[in-house]
Write a protein that binds this ligand. Structure first.
Ligand code: MRU
Length: 344
């Protein structure tokens, strides 16, 4: 499995996900500004992975700001947190990780800045390690609901590339495959950014898992023919009532699943829940560059000057979701009540 993000000698190494699967190239970030830029440009993407990257961004800010004055240091930490928070708006893991790092710096009882720097780096490493372990746990729990022979549909990339390691939705698939289950995965290409075609297809093929790549508009056809047993997707933010924001197109998949009586599961760590939000309509939806729609790999496919909308995520209302697979178990309806019990 490729390593998505790594701390090496004071720097962060990321695999450039904009180049995969054709080119394997790494980016080295030496400061938090470069990390923020890499999140914005989607060199690194996927909710848990950008959380880990943001945590390392905070650790780099602490490491690089050479002052002996604690107030100046904390001001710089606050500044870095603002820049990282601005990098992408939807995935809550980013805000969760930045918050955890800011709190650590502010609540530290140590007044030696060098010690705080060390603790912040340890915390970022811990966030990375925790995420990798959580994904394995999620995989173990989720694999229990996968039949011995199953055709699974997935949308976007909720794999090792989208996390510190192993993946969420793809973690469940990995575990089921490792247990010897007979798995076939339909991979939605996931227009416009093609995370399915470029990343999920590559990741699963590397693992030797049997896949078929389809365009997004083919999913309903296969569902209506009884060819999909279960749907597994990731999540970028889950509100307290169980509405799930995930990659654009997830909502359509969920509605089609219900129409065809196919179980639809969202797979996410507890850090993806935002219990400050009552419902999905409160989740900020990122709108990205129109060129992602008008161009494919630099080639224009639409008339010059055409008006474009490019929301990067949509919200699937809880009524379409059979369950949310987390490291603490599978949360099922009634969501409001059960999320409170499991998450709080
Ligand atoms: O725009 P992206 O590629 O960051 O979107 C990623 C997704 O929507 C994933 O499904 C989600 O972050 C879960 S990743 C475990």
């Amino acid at each position: 499995m490729v390593k998505t993000i790594e701390y090496i000698d004071g720097k962060i190494r990321l695999i450039d996900q904009t180049k995969l699967p054709l080119v394997k190239e790494w980016i080295i970030c030496e400061d938090y500004l470069q990390i923020a830029e890499s999140i914005k440009k989607m060199h690194i993407r996927g909710a848990p992975a950008i959380g880990v990257a943001a945590a390392y961004g905070m650790a780099l800010a602490a490491q690089n700001f050479r002052t002996q004055n604690i107030n100046d240091f904390l001001k710089e930490i606050e500044k870095a947190s603002m820049v990282l928070r601005e990098s992408r708006p939807t995935a809550v893991n980013l805000f969760w990780a930045v918050e955890r790092m800011v709190k650590l710096a502010n609540e530290s009882e140590i007044d030696c800045i060098e010690e705080i720097r060390k603790t912040m780096l340890e915390e970022a490493k811990k966030i990375e390690e925790e995420d990798a372990n959580i994904c394995r746990k999620i995989g173990e729990i989720g694999s229990e609901i996968i039949p011995a022979k199953a055709t699974i549909l997935t949308h976007c990339n909720a794999g090792a590339l989208a996390t510190a390691d192993y993946g969420t939705a793809l973690g469940v698939i990995r575990s089921a495959h490792k247990q010897g289950k007979d798995i076939h995965v339909f991979v939605d290409e996931t227009r416009p950014y093609l995370q399915g075609a470029r990343l999920t297809a590559w990741e699963l093929m590397e693992e030797g898992i049997n896949i078929s790549l389809i365009t997004d508009n083919m999913a309903g056809h296969f569902m209506s023919r009884g060819m999909i047993d279960i749907i597994l997707v990731g999540a970028d933010r889950i509100s307290s009532n169980g509405d799930v924001a995930n990659k654009i197109g997830t909502y359509s998949v969920a509605v089609l699943a219900k129409e065809n009586q196919i179980p639809f599961y969202s797979v996410a760590p507890i850090s993806t829940f935002d219990i400050t939000l009552k419902a999905g309509y409160e989740i900020p939806i990122e709108e990205r560059n129109p060129e992602e729609v008008t161009h494919i790999f630099g080639i224009q496919i639409a008339p010059t000057g055409v008006k474009v909308r490019n929301p990067s995520f949509d919200v699937t209302p809880n009524r379409y979701i059979s369950g949310i697979i987390t490291e603490r178990g599978i949360i099922r309806p009634p969501y409001e009540e059960n999320i409170r019990k499991v998450v709080c």
